[in-house]
Write a protein that binds this ligand. Structure first.
Ligand SMILES: *Cc1c(COP(=O)(O)O)cnc(C)c1O
Length: 499
C-alpha cells in the first residue's frame, strides 16, 4: 500500500503491520514443555481475551522491511553529510570492534571496582587523553550528550560560586550561540543574557564590556564560533569576566577545528564540554546514548558529578561517590561506557600527530569549499575560516529560490543538506562542515552540485522549489511532524489511544 498517509508523514513503503497474512510466521519454535494453562486462571481479568494485533510475517518479509527502511535513511556510511556544527565525520569501524569486546560489552554496571580495573583504566586513560587535548586538569566522563555536558558545567559553576557565598545570576552568551547554550542556562536557573558580536563575526571586548558586572556567573562562548571563525579576542574576554569573579564556559562542540593546535584551557576557559560524537567519532545515534564529557580546571573538582575515577597510591583505581560538594549524578552508573571505549579507540588509533592532522584537513577542506563555492555563492564572512563555512541564498533572491529549496534539491544529488537557517545572524544561512574525512573528489562533487543548483534556480526555479524529486519521501509538514508526531500505528488510521 504505497503512500499511506499518517498525519503529515507519508510512508512510501508499507508499514510492517500492513504486511503478512494470518498465521504466517518466520519462526520455528520447539513445542512448549509446560502444559496449556487457562490464562484467566493465572492473570484473572488482566488476561488477554484476543491475541495482540501483531504483524504475522515470514522471515524474508521482516528482513526486507528493515533493510528497506535503512536504505531510505541517509547516513555518513552512504554519503557526504556536511551538516555544519554537527561534525558528521566518518566513524571508523574499529571503534565498533573494540566496543563489542566481551570484556567491555558484557560488564555488569554494578560490578565491584576490583573486578573492573580494566574498564576503570580505560576511563582513566581517556580522561587523561581528553584533559591533554583541551588543557584542563580533570575531565568527567559522566554526562550523556553535549547539551548535558553544558548543564553539568553550569551546575559546577553555580556550586563553585555558592561555596564562596556568592550567587551571581547572569550568563553572557553571544548571539551566534547554539540554542542549547541559553537552554542549559535556563534549566540551571541562570538568566541567559545575549550580547551582539562585532561586524567581523567575532566577539570584540568593547561590545562585551557593558554587560560585565558582579552579577555575571559566567560567559559561555564557542570557539571557533558557529560562523566558523576563531574568536581572536578570547584571552581578553576571559580576563574581563575573571576580573569580576565570573568563570568562562567554553562550548567545545567545535573542538574539531582546534585539536592539537590550541587548547581551550590555555586560552582562559575554566570548564567545557566535549561532544564525543562530533570530534571523537562515536555514533551520533538518534538522540543517545551518547557521551558529553566535561573538562575543568582544578578549582572545580570538588563539584564534579559522581562517580569520579580516582587512583590509589598502590595504583588501583576506584569509583569515588562520597564527595560532599558534588553536583550529584546526571545519569545512571558511570555514564555511557560503550561510547568511552569508542572514543578511546579513536584517540589511540590517531595518536597526537593523527589528531593534529585531522584538524589540519578539517580546516583545509572547509577553506577549499569557501574558495570554490565563493565563485557562485555569497560567502557570509569571506576570509580564512576554521572547520566550517557559511554561505547564503542571497544571489537567488530574484528567482525566489530559498535556502530550504536548495537544501531539498541537494538530496536529489545524493548529499545530505547542510545546516540551514543557522547561525541566526546570517540571513538564509547554509552552514557547511565537510570534516577531515571527505576526499577532494567528494568536495569537488559538492561544489559542482551547488553550482548546478544555482544554475537551475536561474533557468528552472520550479525544479528546485518542488524538490526533492528522487527521495522516497517528498516535502513533509515538518512543523506538524514535530509538534504532533503520530508514533503509533492503528489498524484503520484512527487516533491512537493515549497512555
Ligand atoms: C552540537 C552542539 C551542541 C549540543 O551538543 P549535543 O551533543 O547535540 O547535545 C552545543 N553547541 C554547539 C555549538 C553544537 O554544535
Amino acid at each position: 500500500m504505497p503512500g499511506s498517509a499518517v498525519s503529515g508523514l507519508c510512508f512510501s513503503s508499507p508499514l510492517i503491520f500492513e504486511l503478512g497474512a494470518k498465521e504466517r510466521s518466520g519462526a520455528s519454535l520447539p513445542a512448549p514443555e509446560v502444559p496449556d494453562v487457562d490464562p484467566a486462571a493465572l492473570f484473572g481479568e488482566m488476561a488477554r481475551v484476543e491475541p495482540a494485533p501483531l504483524p504475522e510475517v515470514s522471515e524474508p518479509e521482516a528482513v526486507r522491511h528493515y533493510v528497506r527502511l535503512s536504505q531510505q535513511n541517509f547516513a555518513i556510511d552512504t554519503g557526504m553529510y556536511p551538516l555544519g556544527s554537527c561534525t558528521m565525520k566518518y566513524n571508523p569501524k574499529v571503534n565498533e570492534w573494540a566496543a563489542r569486546l566481551p570484556g567491555f560489552a558484557a560488564l555488569h554496571p554494578l560490578a565491584p571496582d576490583d573486578a573492573i580495573q580494566g574498564a576503570l583504566e580505560l576511563m582513566w586513560r581517556l580522561e587523561r587523553g581528553l584533559a591533554e587535548v583541551c588543557g584542563m586538569d580533570r575531565v568527567s566522563l559522566h554526562p550523556a550528550a553535549g547539551a548535558q555536558g553544558e548543564l553539568t558545567g553550569l551546575m559546577m559553576i553555580r556550586a563553585y560560586h555558592a561555596a564562596q557565598g556568592r550567587h551571581p545570576n547572569k550568563v553572557l552568551i553571544p548571539d551566534t550561540a547554539h540554542g542549547t547554550n541559553p537552554a542549559s542556562c535556563a534549566l540551571n536557573g541562570f538568566k541567559a543574557v545575549p550580547f551582539p558580536v562585532g561586524e567581523k563575526g567575532v566577539v570584540v571586548p568593547e561590545q562585551l564590556a557593558p554587560f560585565v558586572d558582579d552579577d555575571v556567573a559566567a560567559i559561555m562562548i564557542t570557539n571557533p564560533n558557529t560562523v566558523g571563525l576563531f574568536e581572536t579576542h578570547i584571552a581578553d574576554l576571559a580576563a574581563m569576566v575573571h576580573d569580576k569573579g565570573g568563570l568562562v564556559y567554553g562550548d567545545g562542540a567545535n573542538l574539531n577545528a582546534l585539536m592539537g593546535y590550541a587548547r581551550p584551557g590555555d586560552l582562559g576557559i575554566d570548564v567545557m564540554q566535549f561532544n564525543l560524537h562530533k570530534t571523537f567519532t562515536t555514533p551520533h545515534g538518534g538522540g543517545g546514548p551518547g557521551c558529553g564529557p566535561v573538562g575543568y580546571k582544578a578549582m572545580l573538582h570538588p563539584f564534579a558529578p559522581v562517580p569520579v575515577v580516582e587512583r590509589e597510591d598502590d595504583g588501583t583505581l576506584r569509583l569515588e561517590t562520597d564527595r560532599p560538594q558534588t553536583v550529584g549524578k546526571l545519569r545512571s552508573f558511570v555514564g555511557n561506557f560503550g561510547m568511552m571505549v569508542r572514543a578511546y579507540t579513536y584517540l589511540r588509533e590517531m595518536g597526537a600527530d593523527g589528531l593534529k592532522r585531522a584538524t589540519e584537513l578539517a580546516v583545509l577542506n572547509a577553506n577549499y569549499l569557501r574558495v570554490c563555492l565563493g565563485e557562485r555563492w555569497h560567502v557570509a564572512y569571506d576570509r580564512t575560516c576554521m572547520h566550517e563555512v557559511v554561505i547564503s541564498d542571497r544571489h537567488l533572491k530574484d528567482a525566489h529560490v530559498t535556502t530550504m529549496d536548495v537544501a531539498k534539491r541537494m538530496m536529489d544529488y545524493g548529499f545530505h543538506p547542510p545546516t540551514v537557517y543557522f547561525p541566526l545572524v546570517v540571513k538564509g544561512a547554509m552552514l557547511i562542515e565537510p570534516t577531515e574525512t571527505e576526499t577532494k573528489e567528494t568536495l569537488d562533487e559538492l561544489v559542482r552540485t551547488l553550482e548546478t543548483i544555482s544554475e537551475e534556480a536561474r533557468t528552472d526555479p520550479e525544479l528546485v522549489k518542488s524538490a526533492p524529486h528522487l527521495t522516497s519521501l517528498r516535502r513533509l509538514d515538518e512543523t506538524l511532524a514535530a509538534r504532533k508526531p503520530v508514533l503509533r500505528w492503528t489498524p484503520d488510521g484512527a487516533a491512537p489511544r493515549q497512555g
